[in-house]
Design a protein around this ligand. Structure first.
Ligand code: NAP
Length: 449
């Protein structure tokens, strides 16, 4: 049997028909399909097995009601989700996101991307994503606790240490993970590695909190090295000031580069001489403990603050996109190029629009795609699961070394598959194909499932 070759437009039209009104999911699939379809068309086994159609259909989607009581005694109702995307190479694994405007579209894009990212980590991890249209901002600790307990009361039926192991994402940090783990333990009467990103006291891993940001910087350093450039001495901008952004900034500074600007959804600050250790420590405390705003940071240090402005206009050598999806658009990409930026690293998931991504690559900017660059977080989550299974904890130096090794290997794989005939490296293509082959081959081994 020889099924005919895949055409990108036919494939995308079919996907859009089956998944109407899901632009983010379409965007994420198109980005992968653009690079893997030419590869698939050279490998008849993937065409015959309709592997890309199968990989773009989640294994299952669970949607549920989350009912909880606020501090005023009012009943609140939210919607919870878990998209279990693909478990061909390991138990489902991926974060939970709590934001007010969360949609199934966003979770399908994130779950799909996670398939490739988790494959790249070299660890046995399947893919999933979940969350709720609940915004923890402005809620009391008690309200967050009641919400998390109610959310886990349903979710616990669908997850497990060998089934599906969620972690944090936007709006879900150590506090939320702790409330959810406490409720899981209560419901199941089991102490198992069912969530990662836990606190150290009850099975968390050192460096998990820092892992996504650190990994992004390690990948960027490798990418620069492969092009006879170095990170040291470079002026960097970092969008966002959440988990990924803060630890990206920390590692950038540790490796001898400077961070001149950061942001949140309210605006950006600029410190032309570069942030000091005092600035960074204050910002980490402000964001992680006081849940404060960038405007307060700027006021505290009397530095330049630009309300409602993104960081992309500030001239820099390297840009780290660490806030959210589609935050870097075509006009932002043009500013980066105009100002002499040499590299963009995606710490967030799909922060660059398709148009901006094409523009940056055509302009010769080194582009570290999210699937490869931000895989350090899920990689250390995988190491957290390993430590929990063995009931021991590895020391900090060992974990950082393992993270560096993993990011080195992810760079190698992306470089190998991304090598172009003109000797340049297309890291997007490389990461997509490297991530694809492992999962696709596992799926082929299972037969038609
Ligand atoms: P987080 O801690 O909630 O931080 C998100 C940050 O982005 C906040 O500072 C937020 O500001 C800011 N932000 C949101 N929308 C923005 C906008 N339009 N412009 C500028 N800043 C904006 O989330 P996170 O865990 O760092 O995740 C960030 C990204 O990384 C997401 O795409 C996530 O999926 C991805 N990621 C996370 C991990 C992980 O381990 N955490 C791993 C892989 C990928 P406000 O506070 O004002 O909203």
């Amino acid at each position: 049997m020889f099924t005919k070759k895949l055409e990108l437009d036919d494939f995308m039209n079919g996907l859009a028909r089956r998944n109407p009104n899901e632009p983010e999911f379409h965007q994420a699939v198109r980005e992968v399909a653009e690079s893997v379809i030419p590869y698939i068309n050279h490998h008849q086994k993937y065409i015959d097995a309709r592997i890309l159609e199968r990989m773009t259909e989640p294994d299952r989607i669970i949607i549920f009601r989350v009912c909880w009581e606020d501090d005023d005694g009012h009943i609140r109702v939210n919607r919870g989700y878990r998209v279990q995307f693909n478990n061909a190479i390991g138990p489902y694994k991926g974060g939970l996101r709590f934001t007010s405007n969360l949609s199934l579209d966003t979770l399908k894009f994130l779950g799909f991307e996670q398939t490739f990212k988790n494959s790249l980590t070299t660890l046995p991890l399947g893919s999933a994503k979940g969350g709720a249209d609940f915004n923890p901002k402005g809620k009391s600790d008690r309200e967050v606790m009641r919400f998390c307990q109610s959310f886990m009361t349903e979710l616990h039926k669908h997850i497990g240490a060998h089934t599906d192991v969620p972690a944090g994402d936007i709006g879900v940090g150590a506090r939320e993970i702790s409330y959810m783990f406490g409720q899981y333990k209560r419901l199941q009467n089991e102490f198992r590695s069912v969530l990662t990103g836990k606190e150290l006291a009850y099975g968390g891993s050192l460096i998990r909190k820092e892992a996504t940001g650190y990994g992004t910087v390690f990948f960027t350093r490798e990418m620069l090295k492969a092009h006879q450039k170095e990170l040291e001495g470079k002026r960097c901008i970092v969008s966002g000031s959440g988990n990924v952004a803060l630890y990206t900034a920390q590692k950038v500074m540790q490796l001898g580069a400077t961070v001149i600007a950061m942001s949140d959804s309210g605006g950006s600050f600029l410190i032309p001489s570069g942030m000091t250790q005092e600035h960074l420590n204050h910002l980490i405390d402000l964001k992680e403990k006081q849940r404060g705003r960038i405007s307060e940071f700027a006021e505290h240090f009397d530095c330049d603050y630009y309300p409602d402005k993104k960081v992309w206009d500030f001239p820099c050598d390297i840009a780290f996109a660490c806030a959210t999806q589609n935050e870097l658009e075509l006009n932002d990409a043009k500013e980066l190029v105009k100002n002499g930026c040499i590299a963009l690293a995606e710490g967030a998931n799909m922060p660059t629009t398709m148009e901006a991504s094409h523009y940056l690559r055509e302009a010769g900017i080194l582009f570290a795609p999210a699937k490869a660059a931000n895989a350090g977080g899920v990689a250390v989550s995988g190491l957290e699961m390993s430590q929990n299974s063995m009931r021991l904890s590895w020391p900090l130096e060992e974990l950082e070394k393992r993270l560096e090794d993993i990011m080195f290997k992810i760079h190698q794989q992306s470089k190998r598959y991304g090598q172009q005939s003109d000797n340049t490296i297309d890291y997007i293509r490389g990461a997509n194909i490297a991530g694809f082959t492992k999962v696709a081959d596992a799926m082929l081994s299972y037969g038609f499932v």
